[in-house]
Design a protein around this ligand. Sequence first.
Ligand SMILES: *[C@@H]1O[C@H](CO)[C@@H](O)[C@H](O)[C@H]1NC(C)=O
Ligand SMILES: *[C@@H]1O[C@H](CO)[C@@H](O)[C@H](O)[C@H]1NC(C)=O
Ligand SMILES: *[C@@H]1O[C@H](CO)[C@@H](O)[C@H](O)[C@H]1NC(C)=O
Ligand SMILES: *[C@@H]1O[C@H](CO)[C@@H](O)[C@H](O)[C@H]1NC(C)=O
Length: 562
Amino acid sequence: MVPPARLLLVLQWLLFSTASALNDEFSWHKIAPSEDLVWHECYSGQQCARLKVPLDYANPDGASAAIAMRRIHSVVPHHSPEYRGPILVNPGGPGASGVDLIQQFGDNISAVVGPEFDIVGFDPRGISRSTPRASFFENRAEQNLFWSSPGNSMAVSSSENALARKWAQGMLAGRLAAERDDGTLHFINSDYTARDMLRIMQAHGRDKIQYWGFSYGSVLGATFAAMFPDKVGRLVIDGVMDSENYYASEWSKNLIDTEKVWTAFLNGCVAAGPTKCPIYSPTVAEIQTTVDDLYSSLRTRPIPVRTATSYAIVDYDLMRNTVFASLYKPYASFPTLARALADLSAGNATGLYRMSAAPEFKCSCDADEFSFENVNDGGHAVRCNDGKRISASFEDVEKHYENLLANSSWADVWMGPRLRCMTWPEFPQTNFQSPFVANTSFPLLVVGNTADPVTPLWGAKKMSQGFAGSVLLTQDSIGHCSLAAPSLCTQKHIRKYFRDGELPEAGTVCSTDGGPFDTLLEGEEEEEREAQAVLGGSSAEDRTLLEAVRALSRAWDVPLGF
Ligand SMILES: *[C@@H]1O[C@H](CO)[C@@H](O)[C@H](O)[C@H]1NC(C)=O
Ligand SMILES: *[C@@H]1O[C@H](CO)[C@@H](O)[C@H](O)[C@H]1NC(C)=O
Ligand SMILES: *[C@@H]1O[C@H](CO)[C@@H](O)[C@H](O)[C@H]1NC(C)=O
Ligand SMILES: *[C@@H]1O[C@H](CO)[C@@H](O)[C@H](O)[C@H]1NC(C)=O
């Protein structure tokens, strides 16, 4: 999936760089890639491996690529009859790291599907710890300079010339990619990643895949299912993109439900009251006016912020991107956003700045360490290699923006990913791009939220139609992907699907357990009471599941898609 600009990029960068700093004691350099799956101890109690696969599947005996994986081992031994095999997970982007997903959420995901599975995160080729890794820059400092430049973070609504600046910056990205290509760039695409996934399953001694993909991970899952329909064991796509729209490089069907999420923020705030929602007013219209005034005010009077370790200018773009990013993960961010906006209307921009996750600038500039760090370049390589070539004419870009804007007021924060493919090198495009129609060896489970800011339910319905026997499970919630909101009902269906091969009945709609403003305030025990009420007399298994889905929704942070 795809996010707004610098903020998100920076956020993603910060997240990943923090993650790698924490994991310093283990080095991926120590693992020699092998064709057989060899697991090494890593990250206290987990296992890591690097699987050797062909760089070019058209020339399988030529050079190789190495796919980095990290897993949480099942609690049962692999020879036990209770062992249910590996589930591959992908966190989307494209460009996000499955290895990092395991670090952030692996335990909770394992608690959701059940501990008899291995949960295996992999970095798709081009990304982070897999090689070849896409990198358009010589080092981290150079990279950071590029991604933090204003052309990346600007919302198109920011000023008259914002779109033109983004357009120019986008052209630069394609050029740098071409200049720094060492000959491996065009092997980085979803078609080849789907083939890598098949190799990963085969290396596990399995004929069929078990997979759960979020956001762009739904494109990867649909691509796998369309290319290898007889290799589907269990396949869940969650937060579903219209794969055809993705491969057409359009990015024009993502924002159908975005406004619903924002409206839910306003309604939720009115319902929550001033204690839980500091920017509260008695009506939605009044809150909206307050927020509009904040946007206008920042446009003309940005606010400088100085913290102990950093500084920044909180401006219109930062606010726009931060509000948009919070729509992805309402349970993790709505209460904080309400506080930050209230502070801002009192003249204090520190909270909003903190939410934007702009990093303290730290540059290790250690080339060795840098070589496995996640950088944004990987996502761009996948997106641009996958998709149809697009015009670099400014007039065409303007037209695209106008169409998008006619359908969504959030178009201004959705131009980035497409623009950076404009001057992409002209590789022959032989990769799989369609059709997404197949009779799979096991039916897909397709999961969509009623109000997902970037992968509308429309996409889940559309993709489900192409895969015979697939079932659409609808979660009546806001947020990006099912795990953004806590729902015992949804996650029990997903568990049943993986564990027992049981699909929900067609038309199943799951509600959530609690709302985004239901956080525990100091001294309150309301949430605990609620938890009891939800569970009233239920099993220990359900308690663990509820704990896991709550933890996931409060920390949910899949990368924004660009
Ligand atoms: C969920 O993850 C959090 C944070 O890693 C952890 O503290 C908690 O124990 C986990 N809960 C379950 C049920 O997996
Ligand atoms: C501004 O808000 C931050 C919390 O985000 C707080 O720590 C700080 O004290 C506030 N500054 C002023 C001047 O009130
Ligand atoms: C916007 O909506 C109109 C009318 O529904 C449709 O014709 C048009 O193709 C849409 N534009 C985009 C970019 O999806
Ligand atoms: C799926 O199976 C049906 C019934 O056997 C057949 O009509 C259809 O053509 C198949 N679709 C594909 C994509 O193979």
